[in-house]
Design a protein around this ligand. Structure first.
Ligand SMILES: *Cc1c(COP(=O)(O)O)cnc(C)c1O
Length: 515
């Protein structure tokens, strides 16, 4: 594999070995991983028993293997799943930090792991206490007045928050028509506004990548329900005029929604509630270290000011007259329930374990280390890659592929080439305000040694882009499946195996044709 690298081979590991056949290729007729006991009742005909429920579509032929072969196959496949436990995950905007094992230990305590959501409140005091304490911690961290833990992800938090904004304006007699969203916003923001029935008014950023105050002043009128602002923005820049932004909105009765997915840059340093934000979501699966890979489950609590409290989803945790905890359902102005039960409770435990293990000084240190790491990468890679915005970075840094694009090498090519060096790709082509964006968020989890490995790899890739562009353009080379036709994969996805019978072994080429 050394010949696939230009220059001196690196000493870093490539984290995975993908030398594994398809399960269909491993099959041989008659092998089984099970043996059923002799029937001691009369046999029934499944088809006549199930009627219309019998599956008639073509299942093809199932692979036939022994138990150990199946276990080995899937254990090997499981190691292909790139994870934070294998190596750095520099995806920007995603805060792919380490998930401390203490979180997992606490989440597995029997009384918590096996609590049933229908348990009477009197037997759920511990669980309710966790929800209350986590709520109090998050309220303290954000500087807001109240919170719901119910939403299951950041995007659902946005949806909940904007439903509350809508209910607030409706209660005053007019839901208003528009939501202003800067052009640097995460794609979920305009989607949220649209799904809550608002028109999206696009606000252009200024040359520093920040909100243009004059433009904002011109746009805000009595039809504007809110501004949805990511702070720090997706280019990792803090909106220094955030107070003025809040004032401009409030003067016209509009609210300030903050997309708080990037709280890893603010935690312990500054509080949105103190700089004019009315409502915001947090991503526990980003900032507060709950697992994030593999699709979750996530957790996107929404914190807000007193004025929005009546509209919080139900139920809300309350303290009874006798000091015990309970759930309050009777809230006539509530936007209703947004998630089954009370939200992803297992994530609450993990986030609370993380917050308590760190304490206020630890959380502040986390923020400082995350910002330091991003700025370290910025300093090391400035010049190797173009840095489109000169404003100081917080927790993430956005480069562009401008220098490499001259040789026909694009951000996506270099992202795929990083796979050959044993890293997950950075965030490619986002944010949209930067052409050819390369967005990197190291988080506080990475040591200087790991950051240096990433720097080495990226510098080496930049050198390859000069000397041998085709090598980068055709990457990855060390994976089992190489460059895919992404357009066809997106337009004509094949979602069900229609492969040949097991007796005709597959080669990678014939498998590709069969799909
Ligand atoms: C991740 C992210 C979201 C969406 O959060 P999900 O939990 O993935 O739904 C929204 N906004 C920003 C800025 C984000 O980084």
């Amino acid at each position: 594999m050394a010949d696939k690298f230009v220059g001196t081979p690196r000493k870093a590991t490539t984290h995975v070995n993908q030398n594994e056949d398809l399960i269909f290729e491993k099959s041989s007729a008659g092998k089984k991983g099970y043996r059923l006991a002799q029937l001691d009742v009369p046999a029934v005909d499944a088809a006549s028993l199930l009627g219309d429920s019998v599956r008639t579509d073509d299942l093809g032929v199932m692979p036939e293997l022994s138990e150990i072969e199946i276990i080995r196959h899937f254990t090997r496949l499981s190691t292909w799943n790139y994870a934070i436990d294998l190596g750095m995950y520099p995806l920007g905007s995603c805060t792919m930090k380490y998930n401390p094992r203490i979180n997992e230990t606490v989440a597995r305590i029997e009384g918590l792991a096996e609590a049933h959501p229908y348990q009477p409140e009197s037997l759920s005091q511990g669980a309710l206490g966790i929800m209350k304490l986590l709520s109090e911690c998050l309220i303290e961290i954000t500087g807001m007045d109240t919170i719901t833990l119910q939403p299951a992800a950041g995007a659902q938090g946005e949806f909940t928050g904007i439903l509350m904004v809508r209910a607030y304006h409706e209660a005053k007699g007019n839901a208003r028509k528009k939501i202003i969203i800067p052009d640097s916003a995460h794609g979920t923001n305009p989607a949220t506004a649209a799904i809550c029935g608002y028109q999206v008014a696009n606000l252009k950023s200024n040359a520093l990548g920040m909100v243009d105050l004059d433009e904002l002043e011109r746009m805000v009128d009595e039809d504007v329900a809110a501004l949805m602002l990511t702070n720090p923005s997706t280019i990792g820049v803090f909106e220094k005029d955030i107070h003025k932004i809040a004032d401009i909105l409030h003067a016209k009765g509009a609210l300030l929604y903050m997309d708080g997915a990037n709280m890893n840059a603010l935690c312990g340093k500054t509080r949105p509630g103190d700089f004019g934000v009315d409502v915001m979501h947090l991503n526990l699966h980003k900032t507060f270290s709950t697992p994030h890979g593999g699709g979750g489950p996530g957790s996107g609590p929404v914190a807000c000011k007193k004025i929005l409290e009546p509209f919080l989803p139900t139920p809300v945790v309350k303290t009874n007259a006798d000091g015990s905890l309970g759930l309050e359902y009777n809230r006539p102005q509530s936007v209703g329930r947004v998630r089954a039960w009370y939200g992803n409770f297992g994530m609450f435990i993990r986030a609370l374990a993380y917050i308590l293990a760190n304490g206020p000084d630890g959380l502040r240190q986390t923020t400082e280390d995350a910002v330091l790491n991003a700025n370290y990468l910025r300093a090391k890679l400035d010049g190797t890659f173009e840095l489109p915005y000169k404003s100081p970075s917080l927790h993430e840094v956005v480069f562009s592929d401008k220098l490499q694009a001259k040789n026909g090498v694009k951000t996506g090519d270099m992202g795929k080439r990083l796979i050959d060096y044993g890293f997950h790709a950075y965030t490619v082509s986002f944010p949209l305000v930067v052409a050819g964006a390369m967005m990197i968020e190291p988080t506080e989890s990475e040591s200087r040694e790991e950051l240096d490995l990433l720097v080495d790899a990226l510098k080496q890739i930049a050198r390859e882009a000069e000397e041998n562009p085709e090598l980068v353009q055709t990457a990855p080379h060390t994976t089992r499946i190489q460059r895919l036709d992404e357009t066809t994969a997106a337009r004509k996805p094949v979602l069900r195996w229609k492969g040949p019978v097991a007796s005709t072994p597959l080669t990678p080429d014939s498998a590709a044709k069969e799909w």
